[in-house]
Design a protein around this ligand. Sequence first.
Ligand SMILES: C[S@@+](CC[C@H](N)C(=O)[O-])C[C@H]1O[C@@H](n2cnc3c(N)ncnc32)[C@H](O)[C@@H]1O
Length: 245
Amino acid sequence: MKSYDISEPFYSNFSINPEIEWQMSRAEKYCLIHLLENINPEYSIEIGTYKGGSLQVLSKYSKKVYSIDVDSEPKNKLQNLFKNVTFKVGKSHEIIHNVINEIESKNGKLNFILVDGDHSKNGVKKDLECILSHNFKHPLTVILHDSFNPQCRLGMKSVEYKKYNFIEHIDLDYIHGCFSPNKNYKEMWGGFAIISINPKIKKSSSKINQSQEMLYNTIYRNSIHVIKDKLLFLKPFKKLFNLNK
Ligand SMILES: C[S@@+](CC[C@H](N)C(=O)[O-])C[C@H]1O[C@@H](n2cnc3c(N)ncnc32)[C@H](O)[C@@H]1O
């Protein structure tokens, strides 16, 4: 299967740094730029820095950004490039509380969070629960990348949203994803889920909208995940016997 770049061609006033790899599709890139240009956050948080692709947009449209990655390489490579970004190294669920508390202790307005770190079901769930457990004082948009990936989506669906306050809207298919067009063909990736937090609303919503559920289910039936997800129980053994190498 021929490799194909689903992020090109791309036309925007936003000048993307061509040296920085950005792991998102065209639709996601357009969406992220437009969202951030309009929200104009005072503070943003990113989970999953990687090569700095999405970070270049967060950095441009936010006054201040915290970017978290479990790997120290992104910090070492990018800290001189993005002056308004504080890099944090470590597991997101161990760091995110302190970052949010740090912003709140400065009376800062946290208006945007991008979740794009640990893509396992439990990883996504843990990140979301850590975020939602805060009682936010300002409107906040949370975007979760890869809501079209079955494990990420399960993580998003397994959160008990009714436990949390100020949720105005949840949609797992704010931007829908696709089949990965490259060598892992028939794997489902991409997509943006959105969770809007609004401290002014009277009643929090726990309804998980899936505006492209039918598309998701149709694609799922034709995907490799039908088999792959059934074999997930073998993952610990794979690690045990070092079969990844
Ligand atoms: C898909 S990449 C992020 C892509 C980037 N946002 C972009 O748009 O180009 C995922 C990143 O999350 C990091 N990561 C994985 N698990 C993590 C965790 N538990 N905490 C923090 N970062 C994690 C990985 O090291 C990797 O750099």
